[in-house]
Design a protein around this ligand. Structure first.
Ligand code: NAD
Length: 437
């Protein structure tokens, strides 16, 4: 099948590469000329484990190509995926200008029947808006169906998530479109991936509902951690005890510096905005956002509690991306916390295995180390911000010998408080009993 994917970011590039891997002929389009020039040379704009190999292999075998020529790509394709960004506007609502721009382009190049699929996360009613734009601007003879096919991949494990999703959601009113998308996703059908076939509006809502619910779990356990600290309980044990209840589940019950990344903060804000537009206040999600914003301040306060006045302190930071296995620093708690520490007069030494180039674009007055140990040199405390695997098993004796004060602030609760205390560290986690017990 000939397909076209518009937008070559995390979602578009993974979608294009994986559909090519399924045997389709895919053309990926972006209006960023540098990105496309690089992709043609095999240079990826993002870090995502396993992606480079799939892109290289499918480009070589002529199933995957890259272009800035959207019109030509539309005309060659039966299915067009829209995977451009939908960032937050000032008021929290999703900026649909990129999606609508692509819809207008599609309309002006429509030749014959096309299935137009939204993969970007878009507010309820966007499918109808796209339908209207295309209907109004298309030439005669151009037939089409609109589909909402939200994407649930997680950065850092995007290929696995695309190839083995928990479900595929297809929202459309067109029976021909359902048949075509089922055909496209046939490899997943064969491994018995559940399909949710529904209308466009419900599909759009499923994506926001899912992300808002996961974000709720994160904010819930972060509040629970704050309470555990006050009553001397261990949130790890609490989360374990909760998570073993299958009605609750253990996922997303890890306390930390709050959720970040390109999706949860943006999608929770968009959902509350959609609600407000309908005259309804989505109380729970409003609170989830507030708790998450406060969590970053709480972490700064925790660091201050550990080292005293932040003025003139040297702090080592391990991890800059919003989670491991990605170079994405959008809405990263680590970046926000560093900015706050810098404002309060601390000196920051930081290291991240992959995200330092991205971080350098936004965090200027930071010393970037060559590894965890060199970064820890001369620090008044070491702060674990992102739980990359290589930070899970640090040589703690070595850290202790080079750090000025043996203070370890573990914002991801990776280390065991008792072990850290035995090693002579003052250990501070999130919602855990202090090390002096
Ligand atoms: P991104 O910012 O990484 O990529 C978007 C790409 O679209 C950019 O390369 C940009 O140059 C391109 N673009 C913008 N306007 C264009 C146009 N008119 N023509 C061609 N290309 C254009 O975004 P992303 O993280 O891949 O997210 C895309 C969408 O998918 C968003 O709605 C997001 O919420 C959703 N989503 C993201 C994730 C994730 O983990 N990143 C997961 C699920 C869903």
């Amino acid at each position: 099948m000939n397909i076209c994917v518009v937008g070559t970011g995390y979602v578009g590039l993974v979608t294009g590469a994986c559909f090519a891997e399924f045997g389709n002929k895919v053309v990926c389009v972006d209006n960023d000329e540098t990105k496309i020039r690089n992709l043609k040379r095999g240079i990826l704009p993002i870090y995502e484990p396993g992606l480079e190999e799939i892109v290289r292999k499918n480009s070589k075998e002529d199933r995957l190509s890259f272009t800035t020529d959207l019109g030509n790509a539309i005309q060659q394709s039966l299915v067009i995926f829209i995977a451009v960004g939908t960032p937050s506007r000032e008021d929290g609502s999703a900026d649909l200008s990129y999606v609508e721009g692509v819809a207008r382009e599609i309309a002006s190049h429509l030749n014959g029947y096309k299935v137009i699929v939204t993969k970007s996360t878009v507010p309820v009613g966007t499918g109808a808006k796209i339908q209207e734009i295309i209907q109004k601007n298309k030439k005669e003879g151009g037939e089409f169906d609109i589909v909402s096919n939200p994407e649930f991949l997680r950065e850092g494990s995007a290929i696995e998530d695309f190839m083995r999703p928990n479900r595929v959601v297809i929202g459309t009113n067109g029976s021909q479109a359902i048949a075509i998308l089922k055909d496209l996703y046939r490899p997943l059908y064969l491994i018995e991936t559940p399909f949710v076939i529904t209308d466009v509006v419900s599909a759009e809502m499923i994506k926001y509902a899912s992300n808002a619910f996961l974000a709720t779990k994160v904010s819930f356990i972060n509040e629970m951690a704050a309470l555990c600290e006050r009553v001397n309980a261990d949130v790890h044990q609490v989360a374990k005890g909760m998570g073993l209840d299958r009605r609750i589940g253990s996922k997303f019950l890890h306390p930390g510096p709050g959720f970040g990344g390109s999706c949860f903060p943006k999608d929770t804000k968009a959902l509350t905005q959609i609600s407000r537009e309908q005259g309804y206040t989505f109380e729970i999600v409003e609170a989830v956002i507030r708790v998450n914003e406060k969590q970053r301040d709480r972490m700064v306060e925790k660091i201050r509690g550990a080292v005293g006045d932040l003025q003139n302190k040297t702090l080592g930071v391990l991890g800059l991306s919003f989670k491991p296995n990605t170079d994405d620093i959008r809405e990263s708690p680590s970046v926000a916390i560093i900015e706050s520490l810098l404002k309060k007069g601390s000196t920051i030494r930081a290291f991240d295995p992959i995200a330092m180039d991205e971080a350098k674009k936004v965090l200027k007055n930071v010393y970037y180390g060559s590894d965890a140990y060199e970064t820890a040199k001369g620090c008044d405390a070491l702060i674990l911000m992102t739980e990359w695997n290589q930070f899970r098993n640090l040589d703690l004796d070595r850290i202790k010998s080079i750090i000025t004060q043996p203070v370890f602030i573990d914002l991801r609760n990776v280390y065991d408080p008792l072990r850290m205390a035995k090693l002579g560290f003052r250990y501070i986690g999130v919602g855990r009993k202090p090390s002096e017990f």
